[in-house]
Design a protein around this ligand. Structure first.
Ligand code: MG
Ligand code: FE
Length: 169
């Protein structure tokens, strides 16, 4: 039988792998968002937060006498890379990118909501507090995206219309 503490370590390692995936995905997106500065600046801001989240999770694992699992982290990076390659074949990649980031933020919200309960069950108050703080960052990022996806679509459609005008002139 797994102890609450062993379960917490596994969940923290999964979260760390998820944040490695997030780093790769956000980094690739920031590079591709050349024509949408508004979205790019916020993606870069969350990329910075994501690196801080990795450090916070690593500190929790270190206090529990463990560390991040490198193998899982690498698997996450490969998945993120293949998603980017798929994304590049789509013409509305900026909109698709914002949508997939929005979906990913909700997966993170689900993961940290569970992790807060796991940490509390293990009696680890410091990890509970840290996971609540990370959860709040993910909620804020998801909220920002939901408020800005409509404008992202509008900017994309305006760009399409401009190219059509130029082609028919
Ligand atoms: Mg995150
Ligand atoms: Fe996030």
């Amino acid at each position: 039988m797994s102890t609450p503490r062993a379960h917490l370590i596994r969940c923290l390692r999964d979260a760390y792998a998820m944040e490695k995936h997030s780093e790769t995905m956000l980094g690739a997106q920031a590079c591709r968002l050349g024509d949408d500065a508004h979205l790019r600046i916020h993606i870069q801001h969350h990329l910075h937060e994501t690196l801080g989240q990795q450090a916070m999770l690593a500190s929790c694992l270190a206090r529990l006498g463990s560390g991040p699992s490198l193998i899982k982290g690498m698997a996450g990076e490969i998945t993120a890379f293949s998603q980017v390659v798929i994304g590049m074949t789509m013409r509305d990649e900026v909109v698709k990118g914002a949508m997939s980031t929005y979906a990913f933020e909700h997966a993170e919200i689900a993961a940290y909501t569970a992790l807060v309960s796991v940490a509390r069950a293990a009696g680890d108050l410091e990890t509970t507090r840290i996971c609540e703080r990370i959860l709040q960052q993910e909620v804020e990022m998801a909220g920002w995206l939901s408020r800005h996806i409509p404008a992202t679509v509008t900017r994309y459609l305006m760009g399409v219309a401009r190219k059509r005008d130029e082609a028919t002139r």
